[in-house]
Write a protein that binds this ligand. Structure first.
Ligand SMILES: [Zn+2]
Length: 268
C-alpha cells in the first residue's frame, strides 16, 4: 500500500527513504514466512456506535519496509539506538537470564517505541502516534510518556500472530489534539494497542492521548512487566510466569476488549 508520508515522521526532514522495520539482526527471531495477518481497525466514540473492521493483509510483515524516515535519522540516531539496544534485547529474545535496571529499561523502551511507531505505518491511515511524541523520541531518545510498554517471556506453540495491532479513535470534546484526517478520508485513530513478538520476547504497548484512560487499563494477569513508564527499579529476567499461547492471545486483546466493552456500555 503506498504511503503518502513525505516528511520524516521523527525530524520532519526530507526526503524520506525506505527503512526496514525489523532490523536484520532480529530476523532470525521471526518466522521465515508468514502467509497473512490481520489488522483490526475500530472507531469507538463516547456518544456513537463502535465501528469496527478486520482486514486481512497478505504477505510477510517482516519483509515490509516503510518509507517514513529520512536517511539522516535512519543512518544516525535510529541506527545508534538499534545498536545500543541490541545487547539488551537479544537476551530477552532468547529467553536468557538477565537483569534490567532503570537505565536498561529506558533504553529498551526507546527501542520498542521506535519499532512500534514504524510498524504502525504498515497500514496507511492507521498510525496513531502524535507528532509531539515522535519528536520527543527523536530529540530525547526516550519513549513518549503517552506510551505504556510491557514485556513478557513467551513460549510459542501455535499462536499465529507476530504483530497484533488494534487502533481506535476515542473522542473527547475537551481534547487538546485536533483530529487529523487519514489518507482514507476518515479521522485517524488516536489510541493503539500493539503486540509484537521476537522469539521469546513478547512486547505489548498501549498509547492513548488521555492520561486517565491510559492509566486505568492493565493487561490481563501478571505475565507481563511494565518497563515504561518505569515502575520497577530492578527487573530479574525471565519472570516466573511464562506466556503460553492462551495468555499471549488474552493479553493482546485484553485492553482493546475492555475499551470496546465500555463503548458498548456507554452507548446502551
Ligand atoms: Zn528524520
Amino acid at each position: 500500500m503506498p504511503n503518502p508520508q513525505r516528511l520524516c515522521v521523527f525530524c520532519g526532514g526530507t526526503p524520506v527513504t525506505k527503512e526496514d522495520v525489523w532490523p536484520i539482526w532480529s530476523r532470525r527471531y521471526l518466522p521465515s514466512t508468514q502467509p497473512d495477518y490481520s489488522i483490526m481497525r475500530s472507531i469507538l466514540e463516547r456518544d456513537r456506535r463502535l465501528h469496527g473492521s478486520v482486514r486481512k493483509l497478505s504477505g510477510d510483515p517482516k519483509s515490509r519496509r516503510v518509507k517514513i524516515v529520512c536517511a539522516t535519522c535512519n543512518n544516525g540516531w535510529m541506527s545508534v539506538l538499534q545498536n545500543e539496544a541490541k545487547p539488551l534485547v537479544l537476551p530477552l529474545m532468547n529467553g536468557e537470564r538477565t537483569t534490567l535496571n532503570e537505565s536498561k529499561q529506558k533504553l529498551i523502551a526507546a527501542w520498542a517505541a521506535m519499532t512500534v511507531i514504524c510498524a504502525e505505518y504498515f497500514t496507511a491511515g492507521n498510525a496513531t502516534s502524535l507528532v509531539v511524541d515522535r519528536r520527543h523520541l527523536f530529540l530525547r531518545k526516550e519513549a513518549p510518556k503517552r506510551l505504556r510498554i510491557w514485556i513478557g517471556n513467551f513460549r510459542r506453540r501455535k499462536w499465529p500472530a507476530y504483530w497484533v495491532h488494534n487502533s481506535l479513535l476515542i473522542s473527547e470534546h475537551e481534547t487538546p489534539y485536533p483530529w487529523t484526517i487519514g489518507p482514507g478520508g476518515l479521522p485517524r485513530p488516536n489510541t493503539q494497542i500493539t503486540t509484537l513478538t521476537f522469539g521469546n520476547l513478547y512486547l505489548h504497548t498501549f498509547s492513548c492521548p488521555f492520561p486517565e484512560i491510559l492509566g486505568s487499563f492493565e493487561p490481563r494477569g501478571t505475565h507481563v512487566v511494565q518497563i515504561w513508564p518505569i515502575r520497577e527499579k530492578f527487573i530479574v529476567w525471565p519472570p516466573r510466569a511464562t506466556i503460553d499461547d492462551r495468555a499471549a492471545d488474552g493479553i493482546a486483546g485484553a485492553i482493546f476488549n475492555r475499551l470496546d466493552a465500555i463503548g458498548v456500555a456507554m452507548r446502551s
